[in-house]
Design a protein around this ligand. Sequence first.
Ligand code: VG1
Ligand code: CO
Length: 542
Amino acid sequence: MDIKVVSTQPIEGQKPGTSGLRKKTRVFMEPHYLENFVQSVFDAIGGAGGKTFVVGGDGRYFNAEAIQTILRMAAANGAAHVIAGRGGLLSTPAASHLIRKNATDGGLILSASHNPGGIDEDFGLKFNIPNGGPAPEGVTEAIFAATKNIGQYRTLETPDIDLDALGEQKIGDMVVSIVDPVSDYAALMQELFDFGAIKDLLASGFRLRFDAMHAITGPYAKVILEEMLGAPAGSAINATPSVDFGGGHPDPNPAWAKELMAELMSDEGPDFGAASDGDGDRNMILGRNFYVSPSDSLAVLTANAHLAPGYANGIAGVARSMPTSCAADRVAQDLGIECFETPTGWKFFGNLLDAGRATICGEESFGTGSNHVREKDGLWAVLLWLNILAKKRCSVADLVQEHWKKYGRNYYSRHDYEALPKADASDLMDRVAGQLDTLPGKSFAGQVVDQADSFGYEDPIDGSKSSNQGLRIRFNNGARAVFRLSGTGTEGATLRLYIEHLETDPVRLTQDVQSALSLVIAAAHEIAGIGRLNRSGPDVIT
Ligand code: VG1
Ligand code: CO
C-alpha cells in the first residue's frame, strides 16, 4: 500500500454547526477542503487505525466522488473496514442503525439534509460516534481544533471502487463492504411496529401518499410501504433520489412539499400524507384536510406510542428541543414520565437516549425519533403514526383534535428570515439580549413579559454545559417567543422566531394558527425591532 502524505494548510471556517459541516458544494470541491476536514475527523478521534466506519450519504451532487475520497483516506489512515451503502446511499437513520448494529467506531454521513443540492447548492459532512448519534460538542470542538492545526493528510492513489457492487472489495489493506441501504433498516422497522395491523389498515381502503421529495427515502418507502405493507404502487411519489432533488428543496414542510399539500388539503385527498427530507431524518404528517404541527406530532406520538409493539411497555421519558412547543410536556406529566428540554440539534438527545432516560425525542423542525437509533427518523415517525391509526381506526384530524381536547392546544409557528446580512442578524440578537434583564413586567401588544433569558443547558448525564442556545421570552399568559440563529445555513444568517401560545378553551381549539398567535408575534416584533431587517415578512412560515 503506497500511502501518499499530502501537505496542506488549515482552511478557515471548518466549524461544524447544528448538524455537521455545511457549505456550498463548490466550497467542498475546492482543493484539500474535503480532505482537510476528513483528516481532522480522524485526528480528533485518535486516528483511524484498525477502526471500522460506516460511510454513506443522501445521494446529492458530489456524494459519490466524496465517498471515494473518504474511502481512500480511511484506508491510508489505517482503517480496517468500511461499510458503505450501495451507490453511496444511506439515509441518516439507516446509517445510525448500521453504526450501532455492527458495533463500529462511528460513521461519516454526507448530507446537507433539507438544503437544496447541486453544484451551486449545498453539501455537508458529519461524523457520528459509536452510539450512532451525531458527535457531541466535545467531539465537534476537537474536530474544529484539528482543522486549525492541520499540516498534512493521508491518502492513496487507487482507482475508484465500484460503489454499486454488493459485497466486499479492498482499497489497500482496508476491506470495503457494500451493503443494501434498505434491508437492515426495514428489518428494524418490522421489529418495532405491527406490520400486520398496518397491512390490514391499508387493505381496508385507507389511502396514503408519501412524498420522498426526490431524496433518499424513495427506495426505503418503496420497499417498506409498498412491498412490505402493501400500499398500492405509486403511493410513494418522487421516489427516485436525484443529485439535485429534482431542482427543489427537499424540506418536508407546507412551504416546500407543495404537491403533497395540494393533494391532501382536499375533501377527496388520501387519508394520510407524509414527506421526508434530503437525508430521511425529518417528517411531515398530514391527514385529509389536516396539517399536524411537528410539536403536536411529538405529543401525540408520546401519548400513543404504547400501541406499537416496540413501545408496548411504555416509554421512559420524552425530550424536546427548547424551541419545540410544550405540548409534549403535559403528556409526560400525565404519563408520569420525565420530560427534558435540550438545545436545538439531535446531538443533545444522545446521552439521554443512551442512559435510558428518554425514549422518544422531537424537534419543532419536523424531526422525531426514538431510542431505536440515535438520529431523528422520518419513516419511523410515519410508521408509528400508521401503527397508531391502525389500532385506533380514526382519522388523523380526529386523533389530534381529541388530543387537544384532553391536553389543550399549543398554537405554534416558526418564522424564518433567511440569508440576512450577518451584521443585521447579530444586531437583532444583541438588541434582544440587551433587554433580557429589563423586559419582565413590561407590556408589548397588550402582553406582559414574565421571564426572559438566554437558554443554557447542562447535560444531566455528563454535566457538559452549552450556553447561548436561544433567547426566550415568556409572557404572563403562558405564551412564548424564542429567537435563535440557524446553525445549518450556508448563506448569510437565518433568524428563526418561534412563537407559541397554549389554548385550553374547548371552543377555541380550531382557529387559524397565525391569527391565534398574532399578539405574541406583534410583541416579539416590537421587542426585537424586526422591522429594522427591512423584510416584508418571513421567507418561510411553518
Ligand atoms: C435545523 C433545525 C434543527 C435540526 C437541524 C438539523 O437547525 O432547526 O432542529 O436539528 O436543522 O436537521 P438550525 O440550526 O438551522 O435551526 V437536518 O434534518 O438539517 O440534519
Ligand atoms: Co435531515
